[in-house]
Write a protein that binds this ligand. Structure first.
Ligand SMILES: [Zn+2]
Length: 277
């Protein structure tokens, strides 16, 4: 079991940076909870503790004490930046002179976050910051855009963008700590050709649960599917408000706005490769 401590910056009487109608303490909490939920729901043997789950006031000492007492093996502190509206972009910090392991974690997490977002890349930095200095474990502090920069703020206002930020952190954790997925996904469809028995395809628009049915049609949660993924569909029935069979005993519930189901015409099915390019 690995133990990851995630610290949503600020909180309570300390709003952190404020700008363009956004408040840092709210964004950091949203992102931190997203990171926790993805890690705990989708990966094996990960324990996550947040320094706060609501709008509490916490001193910096209380935060690092909590991580040290819990015995975390990694600390992540999530922040949003601010200056005077002119600067923009993403950057992260480790403590100056941190060892090779911490530097390697920063390299990987930075790279994975930059793959998910289109923030300007301000680089991998070092800083003598309390959260990095007073924690007993490798620690990283991320500054996810500038709240007082109109262009960054427009991104931070979008829930889907906060999800990209969270997913970037998660992908970094997965590589840095070699995390293993909880259950395999059904095979993704590359759009090339229809398989025997396939009646259509599903594109995932928002995170949605994948379910397994047993012989009595009882559901067991398998995992969460990612936006952008596509799967072959082999059947549909009306159980549980309507579910699509995506093979291997796996089912996805019909949910407006979460998936897009398409049944191409026969002629199109023949030309599926071109149709889905
Ligand atoms: Zn901050």
């Amino acid at each position: 079991m690995v133990k990851k401590f995630i610290d949503p910056g600020h909180g309570g009487i300390d709003p952190g940076a404020v700008g363009n109608g956004l408040v840092e303490k709210e964004l950091t909490l949203t992102i931190a909870k997203m990171i926790r939920d993805i890690l705990v729901n989708e990966y094996q043997d990960v324990e996550v503790k947040l320094s706060r789950e609501g709008d509490q006031t916490l001193s910096l000492n209380e935060r690092t004490d909590m991580a040290n007492e819990w015995g975390a093996d990694f600390l992540l502190s999530v922040h949003i930046n601010a200056t005077n509206g002119k600067a923009n972009g993403y950057e992260d910090f480790i403590y100056p002179g941190s060892g090779d392991a911490t530097t390697a974690h920063q390299n990987v997490i930075h790279e994975e976050i930059m793959k998910q977002v289109d923030f300007y890349d301000r680089g991998k930095k070092q800083g003598n910051l309390h959260m990095l200095r007073e924690s007993n474990m490798p620690a990283l502090l991320t500054e996810n855009g500038f709240i007082d920069n109109p262009s960054d703020a427009a991104k931070l206002r979008r829930h889907a963008y906060l999800e990209r930020i969270a997913q970037g952190h998660v992908n970094g954790f997965v590589r840095a700590f070699n995390l293993k997925e909880k259950a395999p996904k059904p095979p993704m469809w590359d759009g090339s050709e229809f398989k025997e028995g396939q009646i259509g395809r599903i594109s995932i628009l928002k995170r949605i649960n994948l379910w397994k049915r047993d012989e009595n049609n009882n559901l067991t949660f398998v995992r969460v599917l990612q936006p952008g993924d596509r799967y072959r569909v082999y059947g549909y029935d009306n159980l549980y408000g309507g579910q699509y069979n995506v093979g291997g005993g796996n089912w996805i519930t019909k949910m407006e706005g979460y998936i897009k189901y398409e049944t191409p015409s026969k002629a199109m099915m023949k030309k599926a490769a071109e149709f889905y390019k």
